[in-house]
Design a protein around this ligand. Sequence first.
Ligand code: NOJ
Ligand code: CA
Length: 684
Amino acid sequence: MLTRKKLALGTALFALAPSLAFADEVASPDGRIVVEVDADGEGKPFYRVTRDGEEVISYSTLGFNLTDGDPLRRNFEVVGVTRAQADETWEQPWGERRYVRDHHRAMTVAFAEKDDTPRSFSVQVRVFDDGFGFRYEFPQQPGWDVARIADELTEFNLSVSGTAWWIPAGDWNRYEYLYETTPIDAVSTAHTPITMVTDTGLHLSFHEAALVDYSGMWLKRIAGTRFRATLSPSSRGAKVVRELPFHTPWRTVRMSDDPAGLVESDIDLNLNEPNKLGDVSWFEPHKYIGIWWEMHLEDSSWASGPKHGATTENAKEYIDFAAANGFRGILIEGWNVGWDGNWFGNGRDYSFTQAYPDFDIEEVARYAAEKGVRIIGHHETGGNIEVYERQLEDGFALYERLGIDAVKSGYVADAGGIIACNADEADPCAEEIFEWHDGQRMAQHHLNVVKAAARHRIAVNPHEPIKDTGLRRTYPNWVSREGARGAEYDAWAVPKNDPGHVPELVYTRMLSGPMDYTPGVLSLEGRGATQPDLPSTLARQLAFYVVIYSPIQMAADLPENLAAWPQGLDFIKRVAVDWDESHLLAGEVGKYAVFARRARGGDAWYLGGVTDEDPRDVSLSLDFLYPDTEYVATIWEDGEGADGLGDNRHAMNVREVIVRKGDTLDIGMARAGGFAAEIKFSGE
Ligand code: NOJ
Ligand code: CA
């Protein structure tokens, strides 16, 4: 054991003998990725990762600082190593693909302090062909009941250089930023997923899986290309307080030679627990419209008064439009008491059961049912989770009684401005304290909401959420969320979502799971003439339905604007929202992305492509089609002279072409442009 540790530390020797086999290492099924876990000569737990024999993550420490005890950092020894492997396929009730393969090799390395009263923990590693994950497990042990974690000492000490795509953590916003593209050694503190392409073309993305009752992980660059996990803060002092036994979320790293390998990796889902809700067939993936864009345009208000948007009459008009155009859902925001005055980051006045007097919720629900349309409920909290949790049961019970089976929630408060209770034992709500959107309290809160909603057979879609860490596998009623800059910014923000934004989302935020981006602004108009133009072609808005995965997809624009662009509306009506297969056909991180997805339970394929500020021609191989079968492809593409950054943003060409397996489809995208396509059996 001692000799091996000395060798592990001796970098020169290690370099001379790269194939040296350490006992405490585990390789991916294809043998390309090798993760080593050990304790060094000072008893510091560490890990190291190679791919194809090249070091990607060099010696990186593992451990914790505690608020009430010695750090778990040094003086440890390995006291046991166990191994396992798995190759299983499981089925998603809804998703980007129906079947997910979990093929990995696992190793658990147990560490104990070299002490008379040793504390212990283990590091569990799972290595897949497209990346790896590891987490800490704290077993029950004498003399240590509660872990109060000041911070994690987990490092990601990269031995590579290249480019990173990331958004800042610890700043005022939650996750709603335009992406930074910088050298890896110029990142500051980043949210995950953070994606990198190395100078040698290796694609990497760092994230976490199964964030349960723990604080979200930020990646802080310490120096050069050395990063350390830093946990989202808490006003309670310790960032995480947990009774033993417990385990942390998985720290995950996707690794691939190409962008498709990153996008199609399922390691984060595989590292989550299987479905705990059983049959969730009551959730139907769907498309929806909403009393929503008109508020973002300031044509109407969430607040009561002469401009109130959520009136009975207005809701009925939207319901009529939804029924006439096949939208299952209609979101109604601003129906409930609490929006008057300062609701932003406050939420003290919200009622989740009391409607404004000009909104007859019973009558609207009756009318919706008569028309075969479902209302989508709305629970804006203004970040006040205590006010919300107190009313959670009543709020969901009301919705369930009214036949409302999907709820969008919201946590509009600046980062660090979530209102929680001090949780003092004597008087748990004597004082308000302020927490972060991704701290342990919020990780707990979101699961409280998801579980309460499930009891009422309601699906949830939080905005200003905690990031997605694959918990939809365990709780498949957690169907979507925001967690990035969505289409709302195109209504009122300067700058708007720039042409690179969606191509950047595809390779960063979207790696974590579905996003309620709320696409479909067919008018390409934001708020007022003083605003800069929305940088998009019409065809690009359609592409979003395929490129940005979510099992619920909004058509965001005003009904009259959707009706004014019938070719666009036609595609939105036709496109599927649930898939058997999904593939990235072509793309480059941050620049462009083309997806092909096959509709769940069907044979039709839908394609979508977006580009950044550069126009781009793509040649797409249709090898994914069945052999010996004739298909008709309908293509919605940027028309002659279309320019997403110019005057001709609406130019769109719709054409049909007969295609077969083996054909190539050539499509041009304008700058800030895109395309969408439907490929069906011909004659259908
Ligand atoms: C921000 C959300 O992202 C948006 O969709 C919603 O309309 C407002 N908050 C109000 O809840
Ligand atoms: Ca938002």
